[in-house]
Design a protein around this ligand. Structure first.
Ligand code: HAM
Length: 427
């Protein structure tokens, strides 16, 4: 083979391969449909944005010191010399589009959802790819904890409908620009004497982005910071009240959660609520969704002060979790209702017209198109799982009729007038 898919990117196929059944397009559509249904129930409307944006949008919003901006972006110059980046996440593009198109004028609250391909130059492994898909939502215009609870409830409802049962919701508050600086100092004081016990990455973070030290997956870092001061204990009154109300609301909605004081997530834009949903069955790449509040981001992107919150859910990880749990979602029936079998050139021309009439009437149908034998065409009809074979033979056609063979039930073959066929098969 001369060409391969780009490294750590996947083809989603019309067939379920035994080793990677989750890469079956019918399953993707099923998951996307569940997400769209839930979003509609919660009053969210769809937004689609370009796959790339100006690089500066991402460096400013996500933050220069984050892994995503410093190591993982697919950035390049256009022929015109503009610096652009394939979106490494869905939030900043939605805010850019929200501002550019004046969506704020539609009402005090804007509730949006998206299904978007996302690009990160990461080391690939099962569940972590350089191209992945996120189903996400963003709500702009409210700082109320009720909205945080609704956003989390929407995500939980999505997993519930998919049937992914072994999930765990972890939440934290990352504070705001008024309480975070003091906490940052506390954390630096705590970590300073422990620096030589920590990884090189965490020593760098100590200097550039100290909160991110808490997010390290390295055992040595986790051990060193196990008893680090907790952000939730250092919140200002406003942030503490917001977090307490959110916890009460989640209890009222009967959404189980645990407090994860080390949850900071890989973006600088978060304020207050941060959350992640993990699926215990997934191994290392177990975060099937994550999100949080970003009350300063719209302003950072050049708009008026507007609070916001949202999440992104990894489609691949949901599909892998479903496969691991042996859950089969109902998928579209892709088999044609009818397969038109024609032998000679005149019959094949008649078949072309019949296919058009059937399709216009909403009957999914197919044909062989080549001059293959009747037996070969019937075999193809069976392989596709067609319900009926419509056989156009010279004799039948001369009578304005065709033969109809039931390929699923055992009913004997019968002759039908062509004039009645479309109506009969569209029932
Ligand atoms: P994130 O946690 O980076 O958040 O990504 C959201 C989800 O996308 C993850 O929980 C995971 O399921 C999936 N994901 C992330 N990276 C990969 C990858 N390389 N391969 C496969 N799946 C992946 C965000 O992107 C935020 N924009 C979410 C958000 C929206 N926050 C507020 N609004």
């Amino acid at each position: 083979m001369k060409y391969n898919a780009p490294k750590y990117m996947n083809d989603v196929l019309p067939v379920a391969r035994p080793d990677k059944a989750w890469l079956h397009s019918a399953r993707w559509r099923a998951v996307e449909r569940v997400f769209q249904d839930v979003c509609r129930l919660y009053g969210y409307r769809e937004i689609r944005t370009p796959v790339m944006e100006s690089t500066e949008l991402f460096t400013r919003s996500i933050g220069e010191g984050t892994d995503i901006v410093s190591k993982e972006m697919f950035s390049f110059e256009t022929r015109g010399g503009a610096g652009v980046t394939l979106r490494p996440e869905g939030t900043a593009p939605v805010i850019r589009a929200y501002l550019e198109n004046g969506l704020a004028s539609e009402g005090s609250l804007t509730k949006l959802y998206y299904i978007a391909r996302v690009y990160r130059y990461e080391r690939g492994q099962k569940g972590r790819y350089r191209e992945h898909q996120q189903t996400g939502v963003e709500v702009l215009g409210s700082a109320e904890p009720l909205v945080d609870a609704e956003v989390i409830s929407l995500a939980v409802e999505f997993y519930r409908r998919l049937g992914i049962a072994d999930t765990e919701l972890r939440i934290n508050s990352v504070g705001c620009p008024s309480c975070r600086p003091a906490y940052r100092e506390q954390l630096l004081d705590f970590a300073r004497p422990l620096l030589d016990q920590m990884s090189a990455d965490n020593r760098t973070r100590f200097a550039t982005n100290p909160l991110r030290m808490l997010d390290s997956k390295e055992t040595q870092d986790r051990q060193a910071l196990e008893h680090a001061p907790r952000l939730v204990d250092a919140l200002c009154e406003g942030c503490a009240g917001h977090f307490a109300t959110l916890c009460d609301l989640l209890r009222a909605l009967e959404i189980p959660f645990s407090l994860d004081p080390h949850l900071v997530r890989g973006f600088d834009y978060y304020t207050r609520t941060a959350f992640e949903i993990v699926s215990r069955g997934l191994g290392a790449m177990n975060a099937i969704g994550g999100g949080g509040r970003y009350d300063g981001l719209v302003e950072e992107c050049g708009g008026p002060a507007t609070p916001g919150i949202g999440f992104g859910i990894g489609t691949e990880r949901c599909l892998i979790a479903l496969e691991a749990a042996g859950i089969e979602l109902p998928v579209d029936d892709e088999a044609p209702v009818a397969f038109v079998v024609a032998i000679g050139p005149a019959e094949r021309a008649r078949a072309a017209r019949l296919l058009l009439d059937l399709r216009r009437a909403g009957v999914a149908c197919d044909a062989d198109y080549g001059a293959r034998s009747m037996k070969a065409q019937m075999r193809q009809a069976s392989r596709l799982g067609a319900r009926w074979a419509v056989i156009l033979g010279e004799d039948e056609l001369s009578r304005g009729a065709c033969s109809l063979k039931d390929l699923q039930g055992g009913a004997p073959q019968c002759e039908t007038a062509l004039a009645n066929l479309v109506e009969r098969l569209s029932q």
